[in-house]
Structure formats: structure tokens, C-alpha cells
Design a protein around this ligand. Sequence first.
Ligand SMILES: NC(=O)c1ccc[n+]([C@@H]2O[C@H](COP(=O)([O-])OP(=O)(O)OC[C@H]3O[C@@H](n4cnc5c(N)ncnc54)[C@H](OP(=O)(O)O)[C@@H]3O)[C@@H](O)[C@H]2O)c1
Length: 262
Amino acid sequence: MKNMKIAIVTGASSGLGKEYIKEINRKEKESADEIWVIARREDRLKELKDISEIKLRPLPMDLTDKENIEHLRKLLEKENPEIVLLINAAGIGKIGNYESVGLADADKMIELNCRAAVDMTCICLPYMQKGSRIMQICSTAGFQPFQYLNIYAATKAFLYRYSRALRVELFPRRIKVTAVCPYWIRDTEFIPVAKDTQKNGKGIRHFPLSSTVHAVAAHSLTDSRLGLAVSTPGIVCLIHRIAAKFIPSEVMMGIWALLRRV
Ligand SMILES: NC(=O)c1ccc[n+]([C@@H]2O[C@H](COP(=O)([O-])OP(=O)(O)OC[C@H]3O[C@@H](n4cnc5c(N)ncnc54)[C@H](OP(=O)(O)O)[C@@H]3O)[C@@H](O)[C@H]2O)c1
């Protein structure tokens, strides 16, 4: 009997993750028999059935809890599916300086944005075949150090580097890995959640030229199908990627010091 083909999307309860469910249904309906959707809010995951013709399997879990990763590993072992697409979109950011972002939030960013993304990738890889794809949702914040977004930017730099080198390691298996690096996206829960730690003007005032989930999801899914190493879905993140290659980090942080006050 043929193995069931599945896609797995983390962070599916809102924002970009939810938009990827819509976009997979629009552009890749034939590719998967089921989409396994992961986030903590079960009610939100169950509601996704209204936007998906592909059968969904809601898996409510906190990905920072190692026991849940083990539970998922065992479920994969039992079901033995072929994973055609893994999208690690679950992520959290906090704006503020070293004093206002507390230890709990700092740990949570590292646990979710780095460790959980690596764990998900490692437990899924045994079930991937030639042509399978991984999308690691990084950020344009990963291209340089960012004061007042320090830990978040560092976690995304980690995921970006991990993704790029993993792609090369997976050449022999013909598995495509894409680091998706969007600029600010305005229509998700990310910015309101990120802003609640900023105090005394030590943060970011405005988010100009921000993009939309639809534009980012559609663009990056196409880039993933093309097998690109890096997806910069929008003109701002493309310019940032190029600038950060040539301009020293100290100068980039100086520019950022001006921009974040705008
Ligand atoms: N929005 C932006 O400006 C922007 C820019 C660049 C990159 N990104 C990246 O894009 C990705 C998606 O963000 P978004 O903008 O769509 O934000 P969002 O609307 O806040 O979505 C974040 C998702 O992560 C899930 N999540 C949070 N903590 C979790 C945990 N402990 N375990 C499992 N799931 C968890 C949330 O669901 P539950 O709360 O239900 O668990 C939610 O579905 C993130 O990796 C973010 O870093 C965002």
C-alpha cells in the first residue's frame, strides 16, 4: 500500500501559517492527502477546516515542550507517511532592550524559533523523499544584528544559517530547503505580541512598507517549488539582503537606529 502523503505546517493557527494552508489549497491541492496543522490553540486549528479542501489533522501542542516533539515523533513512526512539505512557521518575537525583554520571553524565543524548528526538521526528515520540501520561516532580521530586536534577530540568524547548510547536506537526497526571510508583515498577530515588551521608547515606533501574509505566502511557496535557497518575498527584504552583504554591521545598526525612530 502507498504511504499517505502529508504536509506539516506549524504556527497554523494564525498569520502566515494559516495563509500557507490557503495557498497550498490554491496551488498544490494534489500534492498532499492531509495537512497536519500544529499550534497551541486547538479551537483555531479546528476552524481551519472551513478554508481547506484538503483533509486537515489538528495537532494542538506547545512546540517548546520536548514531550510534544516526542509525541509527534511516535505518531510519525506509527503512521509512516511521506512528508512532501514541512513549513516551520511557528515563531515569536519580542521588541525591547536587554532589560525589558525578560528571561522567560528570551528563553521562549530561543526554544521556539531555534530548538523547536530544528527538532521538527529532524523528526520529519526520515519521512521525506526525493522532491520533498522544507520551508524555514526566518526573517529579514536574520541578515544583521538588530538592537532592540536583539534576541529575536539572533534566533532568525541561527535558523537562516541552519537552513542554508542543511540544504547543501540534503543535495544527495534531492530535498529542497528554503530559508524564507520576510520583512514586517502587517496582518498577523506577530507585531502586537512583539510590541508588548517595549518600554520608554526603547523599541520600534512604526512598521512602514510592511507586506501582507498573502503576498509573502504566495511568493515564498513559489520560491520553495523552484528550490531557491533563500526567499525574499518583497522588495524591502531583497534590498536588505543585498545591503547587509556589503555594508558593515555597525553601519547597518546605525541606519537602523535612525529608521526605528521614524
Ligand atoms: N509578522 C512579521 O512581521 C514577520 C516578519 C518576518 C518573519 N516573521 C516570522 O513568520 C512566522 C509566522 O509569524 P506570523 O507573523 O504569522 O505571527 P503570528 O500570527 O503571531 O503566528 C505565530 C504562530 O506561532 C504559533 N505559536 C506560538 N508559540 C507557539 C508554541 N509555543 N508552540 C506552537 N506554536 C506556537 C502561534 O499559534 P498559537 O498561539 O496558537 O500557539 C501562531 O500560529 C514567525 O516565525 C515569525 O518570526 C514574521
